[in-house]
Structures are given as C-alpha cells and as structure tokens.
Design a protein around this ligand. Structure first.
Ligand SMILES: *Cc1c(COP(=O)(O)O)cnc(C)c1O
Length: 231
C-alpha cells in the first residue's frame, strides 16, 4: 500500500508548531514502507511486537529511534534492550527492574514511560491512579535496594477509549494530563518526567489540545492495517 506522504507533511507542520514529537507507528508495515518516511528525514518509529521490532532494527538504518509501544513481557526485554530508544508501556516495578538489569548489561540508561489505564475498555493495559501512587511511593526504596541506575522514567503514556464520543476522549486525556502534572512535580533527580505520550490517528488533534508532547500515529501515515495489528 502506498504511504501517505502528503498527510505526513501536513501532520509534521502541525505538530512542529506545538513542539510535539511524531512517532510513526509502523507495526505490520514493511521495511520499504518505513524507508519512504526515513528518506523524508523521519527517524522516530513505533512497534508493538518484539520479534517484528528486532527484525526491522536489524535491517534498517541504525539512526532510527525505535519506540516500543506494545505490552512488553519481562522475559523479552533482553531482545530490544541494546537499542530501544523509549519503552512506552511500562506497567510494573518488576518490568522496571528487568529493564534496569538489561540496561546495566548494555551500559546504557533506558528511557521508559509508565502506561496509565485511562480508557473504559478492560483490554487496555496500564496502571490505575492508585497503582501509580504506590509505584512512586515505593520507588525510592526500590532505588535504594536495586539502584535502578539504568532505567529512567520519562513520563506517562495512555490510550483513550475506542469511541466516536470526542468529549469522552478529551476527558480521558485531561485526566491523564492532570496525573502527569501531579507526578512531574515529585520527580527525583533521576526521573525527568517530560513526556506525555497520548494521541493516535483518530484522536491526535484532541490529544495535542490536551497537552500531548508525543503522538503515535500509524494508519493515517501508512494506511489501514489488515492483519494482526488491529490493536
Ligand atoms: C497501533 C497503535 C498506535 C497507532 O494506531 P493508529 O490508529 O493506526 O494511529 C498507537 N499507539 C499504540 C499503543 C498502538 O498499539
């Protein structure tokens, strides 16, 4: 399927004015399709599946910044830890500890976002506000024990409900932005909370209005996905 370069240029212009980063979500798309945007100068790409990501990283230019935006299992961290730019979907201390371990192994600090559950659907992963409170409360003690020297929490990520109801989507984004405000105040020296990853093809305009600093857009750029990536 041809990629939509016109739409890309339009979105990039729109986002640049507001200092919002565009992650082009390339899951299920080919390396040739990714290269079309690479050749326009684009470097931030997002993938959901570990194996697909490692295969693409292997063959594509090494200056691509790979965002892992799917649900990451602890046992799979090791496959992407040498190169991943930002892990968006962290939802437990256990996962943070594993990412830290792999960061130490590869002598790098791995940037992460905590995924917050803001949608109504049961199926969307993420932490509740209570769990987030707990995590930030416990973090100093984990840092004291494990060090957590090689993992850095850089912000929050969320997905709004799959609905046509834009005021509902807006409310969910507003809520996440209020949590982002709350936690970016209590940041430690180690955790610099600067990134709010909200907004996809259908709702990125609302997300930008509600304070997004990074949007994850797939189908508007690459066309609809047919196979497994309907998530
Ligand atoms: C697939 C996916 C996107 C992109 O979705 P589009 O609707 O195609 O823009 C963004 N974020 C996550 C977490 C995804 O899984």
């Amino acid at each position: 399927m041809p990629v939509n370069k016109e739409k890309y240029r339009e979105i990039i212009l729109e986002l640049r004015k507001k200092n919002v980063i565009l992650v082009a979500v390339s899951k299920t798309k080919t390396v040739e399709e990714i290269m079309e945007f690479y050749e326009l100068g684009h470097r931030d790409f997002g993938e959901n599946y570990v194996q697909e990501l490692t295969e693409k990283h292997f063959v594509l230019p090494k200056d691509i910044r790979w965002h892992f935006i799917g649900h990451l299992q602890s046992k799979k961290v090791k496959y992407i830890s040498s190169f991943v730019h930002l892990v968006h979907g962290v939802d437990s201390v256990k996962l943070l500890q594993e990412i830290n371990k792999q960061g130490i192994k590869h002598k790098r600090v791995i940037d992460c976002l905590l995924q917050v559950h803001i949608a109504q659907e049961e199926t969307k992963f993420g932490l509740s506000e209570e769990e987030l409170d707990m995590l930030f409360k416990d973090l100093p003690s984990y840092e004291a024990v494990d060090g957590l020297t090689n993992v850095s929490i850089r912000g929050l990520m969320g997905m709004a409900s799959l609905t046509e109801n834009t005021s509902k989507i807006r409310l969910e984004f507003k809520y996440l932005n209020s949590l982002f405000d709350k936690y970016s105040k209590i940041q430690t020296e180690h955790e610099k909370m600067e990134i709010l990853s909200i907004g996809m093809s259908a709702d990125y305009k609302i997300a930008v209005e509600e304070g997004s600093s990074l949007v994850r857009i797939g189908s508007l750029l690459f066309g609809e996905r047919i196979s497994k990536g309907t998530l």
